[in-house]
Design a protein around this ligand. Sequence first.
Ligand SMILES: Nc1nc2c(c(=O)[nH]1)N[C@H]1C(S)=C(S)[C@@H](COP(=O)(O)OP(=O)(O)OC[C@H]3O[C@@H](n4cnc5c(=O)[nH]c(N)nc54)[C@H](O)[C@@H]3O)O[C@H]1N2
Ligand SMILES: Nc1nc2c(c(=O)[nH]1)N[C@H]1C(S)=C(S)[C@@H](COP(=O)(O)OP(=O)(O)OC[C@H]3O[C@@H](n4cnc5c(=O)[nH]c(N)nc54)[C@H](O)[C@@H]3O)O[C@H]1N2
Ligand code: SF4
Ligand SMILES: [Mo]
Length: 773
Amino acid sequence: MAGKPPAHDPVQDAPRVGAPQHAAAGLTAVAQSLRIAQRQMGVTRTALTLLKVNQEDGFDCPGCAWPEPGKRHRAEFCENGAKAVAEEATLRRVTPEFFARHPVADLARRSGYWLGQQGRLTEPMYLPQGADSYQPVPWDRAFEIIADELRALDGPDEAVFYTSGRTSNEAAFLYQLFAREFGTNNLPDCSNMCHESSGSALTETLGVGKGSVLLEDLYQADLIIVAGQNPGTNHPRMLSALEKAKESGARIVTVNPLPEAGLERFKNPQNAKGLAAGGTALSDLFLHIRLGGDQALFRALNALLIEADDSAPGTVLDRDFIDRYTHGYEEFAAAARAVDREETRTATGLPDESVDELLRMVLEARSVVVCWAMGLTQHKHAVPTIREVVNFLLLRGNVGRPGAGVCPVRGHSNVQGDRTMGIFERPAPAFLDALEREFGFAPPREHGYDVVRAIRALRDGDAKVFLAMGGNFVAASPDTLVTEAAMRRARLTVHVSTKLNRSHVVTGARALILPTLGRTEKDVQAGGAQFVTVEDSMGMVHASRGSLALSSPHLLSEPAIVCRLARAVLGPDSVVPWEAMAADYDRVRDAVSRVVPGFEDFNTKVRAPGGFTLPHGPRDSRTFPTATGKANFTAAPIEYPRVPQGRLLLQTLRSHDQYNTTIYGLDDRYRGIKDGRRVVLIHPDDGRDLGFADGTYADLVAEWTDGAERRAEGFRVVHYPTARGCAAAYYPETNVLVPLDHTADTSNTPASKSVVIRLEPTAVPGAPATRRP
Ligand SMILES: Nc1nc2c(c(=O)[nH]1)N[C@H]1C(S)=C(S)[C@@H](COP(=O)(O)OP(=O)(O)OC[C@H]3O[C@@H](n4cnc5c(=O)[nH]c(N)nc54)[C@H](O)[C@@H]3O)O[C@H]1N2
Ligand SMILES: Nc1nc2c(c(=O)[nH]1)N[C@H]1C(S)=C(S)[C@@H](COP(=O)(O)OP(=O)(O)OC[C@H]3O[C@@H](n4cnc5c(=O)[nH]c(N)nc54)[C@H](O)[C@@H]3O)O[C@H]1N2
Ligand code: SF4
Ligand SMILES: [Mo]
């Protein structure tokens, strides 16, 4: 492969490794959140800001999409929420002088961690063609530059409009409206790399691509299965919900190649039990599964349920539910009866006893919820895997009644809302019809590019202008060197951002950075103080109001940026009253209320304390808006990754000290890693077989069908209790290894949890060539 991978941590990335922990949160977490917050914000600002997180008159935590409980604590945030807030509300600033001191070539040598640590962006910056450095540019001139490039394209489909999941409903609605009036559905988003597989599987089987449970359902469940998710780090307050469920009698099963501390035991800092005693043990059963074995596991479980019902008809399956509400049972049952237990063992790596134990727990549970995240969605067979989870729930009528259902736990705080607002490259015809009715223009009907297709289009010269509403496309996308080369071919790359990141320094011929205000900041427009809205992982919509003064007087809000850009590009003939929309976000919500089902009376409903819950047919009334009008059983062939001899299957995942490509620090406390991120976790027996003792250094070399070798150098080998044959290393350092074409069937999500690699000894152990001072 040509090119150099991006730079790594400037501070000595020298991981120190201790024993993994067996409990999450507790006072260490509280102390850690305050320490990080104060380092970025100082003491007073920390207090002022953190007390507003997730409060009804405050702002929505920019961390993850986990919902707020109805009754709120004074401190309704977690360690990682505090870090996310501190990262945004930091007192550090990136000024025009900073850019003058640091030419782009210099910034391109820095690590993502270093870039993020420089602080908030303060002024619009422009990188002219051939220039060495970004220079300040007035907003109007910036919009003109974009308008000129967009108008010079051979067609609107040569532009790509990316969105990351922090964008508010209002900004997202305006952004897709602008892209569609301009004439394209090229609206890829971070969801394409995230829960797209969940959306695909759930839409096909249940008719709604979202979760079907509310927090109340978790509290009422008898059994909660958490598969492919690490909530202790990525959705920390989910542990409070699991604790509460536990107290009301639920049992918890976790399915994971790693024993994650947060799922073992939770020390709730909000109650005496969590502080004084050892906290609450969460997992009743831990299934130490191989990467990619989940479809086989759920199929085996489903087969056992069907067999049990065969021997005592009507006692195991919910026949009434199956007859009345589902389609395709017989075909599925036939496929399940043909299950091969030997294949189950190979795919899952689990002994029969653990599957039998899971079966017993399922049979004892009237109501079951299954929660999952990236461990299920980022595989080649992710969609059939999630469909198998749905089969499992349908068998015992575990959809559409209290205490039961599907719970894909979303990542970014408004990623679900952005999709509801129309950020989607394959919009439903009904949505486009509604847009057309409301605004009176004909939106494009042809599907646009998702993330992977956008990269190919840029690589092949079919797309020439790239705009991003938030995110860090270059670092978050797979196949880093391919993606970076693709981005460099663009004529213009534009990023609406809060913080500096890799995507600002790997640019097209010309580039713009447009600084925007974040969740914590007060948004005042011509029509007065504004609030925005977000939708959490459980379909609750509520208001978010920042209260801090702007980090810089030059910042514009995301809605203001979109509206001014739209006016500059579309001119006076645009059918949308952009200025009025930017002046008063109620106007945006009025339009949304007529376009998006469930948002009728949006402006009234969202002003109620706590907001409102969106309707969900399967959850509310067991209506399934699928092609058959029923919930669909599906009988896919069993798939699982095949790993050649001497190779490992690598998952790329998050440490405790990062938010996607934003690195907060170099520790992964629960896994016992300190002061470094270039680690690869492997099973001690694999280490022995492959000749890599704990503490040695290895290059990770990905093997893919295109014959190209993708390499990430200098990882400290850590012997760790992962499943045999499986390895784990952090993203985004390992994105260089994920082949662009290695994606999930149907959803096209990069299969970043199943990359076949081999280990090679690092040439100079501990001092890889790619490390930079
Ligand atoms: N602090 C913090 N919070 C975050 C984020 C963050 O980076 N930092 N990111 C946000 C975003 S955008 C998202 S999408 C979510 C991500 O939340 P998670 O999905 O929890 O994130 P990952 O770190 O990718 O963890 C994947 C988990 O699945 C397991 N796993 C991997 N492969 C398999 C498999 O094949 N089968 C099973 N059963 N398990 C598997 C891994 O061992 C790990 O526990 O978190 C959100 N919240
Ligand atoms: N190998 C591998 N790759 C992955 C994954 C994986 O597990 N493994 N996970 C995938 C997943 S689940 C996701 S969601 C994607 C994430 O992909 P992205 O969403 O594109 O990436 P982030 O790192 O979340 O984006 C961080 C940047 O967002 C900007 N930002 C932060 N807040 C705001 C805001 O309020 N407004 C604006 N305009 N900008 C803001 C900041 O400039 C910051 O640098 O990565 C994916 N990539
Ligand atoms: S669980 Fe997620 S949304 Fe809630 S406080 Fe923590 S990071 Fe923020
Ligand atoms: Mo995500």
